[in-house]
Design a protein around this ligand. Structure first.
Ligand SMILES: CC(C)(COP(=O)(O)OP(=O)(O)OC[C@H]1O[C@@H](n2cnc3c(N)ncnc32)[C@H](O)[C@@H]1OP(=O)(O)O)[C@@H](O)C(=O)NCCC(=O)NCCS
Length: 210
């Protein structure tokens, strides 16, 4: 089973490295703006407007949309889904995954991540480098847990929410959909949807308009 990576930026290169570490075969990148491959040995196959031809050439490949922005990742997943592509996952061999963890298609787990027992990860989520997701957490589709962020047990993260780099969330907290938790924040109360929250304790800074 080979893989095609959608996106050709920095995040896509990290996904490339994870798939190589998993000894997967990679056919190439798809990117709407970049024609030059970020990896010399692997081509850019075309744009998302050229999916018919790409699917003819690689009918069995799995796709990972490797875009850090939750909103953009979701819009590309929606576009590719109309071609009925199959989405794959990428899990770095240096990640630690507990018993009974569930993970949706399209999601990625980077190096040194720990996901503890019973956590549920939706589709097209990013668990970035060295974050931790403790027991029974529920992460909905298209979330991004940034590098070094820590979620204690039983935390719920709504779809398209982002937990910023180095942020911490205490046990049992619910974070609403499309909310952004700023870098280094510590979340000790539930956060509603569609806000940007920063600081320790994390408080609303503004509405999330992105
Ligand atoms: C919170 C965040 C989303 C705000 O971004 P923004 O809307 O562009 O805000 P700005 O940079 O214009 O900053 C607005 C104010 O908030 C402050 N601020 C920004 N981020 C902050 C944070 N994480 N904690 C505390 N204050 C913060 C700024 O200092 C600024 O204050 P000032 O007006 O007194 O100068 C962003 O700073 C952040 O933390 N993003 C997370 C990034 C991340 O985790 N990346 C990982 C990618 S893998």
């Amino acid at each position: 089973m080979s893989y095609i990576i959608v996106g050709a930026g920095g995040h896509a290169k990290v996904i490339f490295d994870i798939l190589i570490a998993q000894q997967k075969e990679i056919e190439g990148f798809i990117d709407d703006y970049c024609t030059e491959s970020p990896i010399e040995t692997v081509p850019v196959l075309g744009t998302t407007d050229q999916m018919d031809g790409i699917l003819d050439n690689f009918p069995e490949s799995k796709y990972i949309v490797a875009i850090g922005s939750n909103r953009l990742r979701k819009s590309l997943v929606t576009k590719l889904s109309s071609y009925s592509v199959q989405f794959g996952t990428a899990i770095h061999p240096a990640a630690v995954i507990g018993s009974g963890v569930q993970m949706g298609d399209g999601s990625v787990i980077m190096a040194n991540v720990v996901v503890n027992s019973g956590a549920v990860i939706g589709e097209h989520a990013i668990l970035n480098t060295a974050c931790t997701v403790d027991h029974e957490c529920i992460l909905h589709d298209f979330v991004h847990i940034s590098p070094g962020a820590h979620l204690a047990g039983n935390v719920k993260v709504g779809s398209e929410a982002q937990i910023g780099i180095g942020a911490s969330v205490i046990q049992g907290i619910e974070i609403g959909a499309k909310t952004v938790v700023g870098a280094g924040a510590c979340v000790v109360r539930d956060l509603p949807p569609n806000i940007v929250a920063v600081g320790c304790p994390a408080r609303k800074m503004k509405t999330n308009t992105k």
